[in-house]
Ligand binder design. Sequence first.
Ligand code: OAD
Length: 254
Amino acid sequence: MRTVDESVQAAAEALRGAQRVVAATGAGMSRESGIPTFREAQTGLWAQFDPEALATEHAFRQDPARVFSWYAWRRKLVADAKPHAGYTALVTLESLVSQMTVITQNVDGLHRRAGATDVIELHGALDRFICVDCRHPFLSDCVPMGDGTASLEPPPCEQCGAAIRPAVVWFGEALPEAAQTAAWHVAASCDVMMVIGTSSLVYPAAYLPRIAGDAGATIIEINPEATDLTPAVDIACLGAAGTILPQIIEAAEA
Ligand code: OAD
């Protein structure tokens, strides 16, 4: 088994020989920016909140203010957060390879805020909204942020009067079609995929490394913990994204 430093050097070597790179990110990518993950014991969102009561359209229709207020709290958390050095490192990587795409399960928009130019948001985004009935889209400037603690009623859709909901993928919902098609295409055609900060338990996103690996890509995982994916990756960097990514990109630049 490689040491962390040997894994970092091996990852840098793989990137140096690559043209098309994908970073497939999950909640752990934002952990060091102060945004909680989902499945970690004690601190994960799903350890503290019931997903059935907050992340389904059924829950929203039953109690729109409860669900809307929880998402307003998460928007506030994200608005107060800043992308860390790992985000900047991924942006730097854009200048080292001919194609660099981020495919993220995260809804926090931190890759966009860090300046990443090609970002596929598989699970939607907290700063976008749609009408729960007619699906008319709205941007966040039409929707109050709140202070993250008050109970907020969702505003009505200006087209049909139904409630506006966050444009994120809830349990039981399909991924946005254009995002899924684009993600599957870049996964199947990349040379290197970095899988960063995801438990790799949620499908269809968890298929992405399998698709890339089957097509011959080198798979690098960056995560402080081993996951179900770890036995299938080429290079496992056991560590935090905010530390390991800058090390890999610096070594790839050298
Ligand atoms: P999880 O909470 O399932 O997994 C987070 C992963 O991040 C774990 O494997 C941690 O070990 C790892 N991690 C923690 N800190 C880290 C750090 N500093 N650097 C790198 N990795 C770190 O989150 P996801 O896999 O993203 O879906 O969850 C997938 C989906 O499940 C989410 O998009 C969400 C949730 O239900 C929807 O809301 C549709």
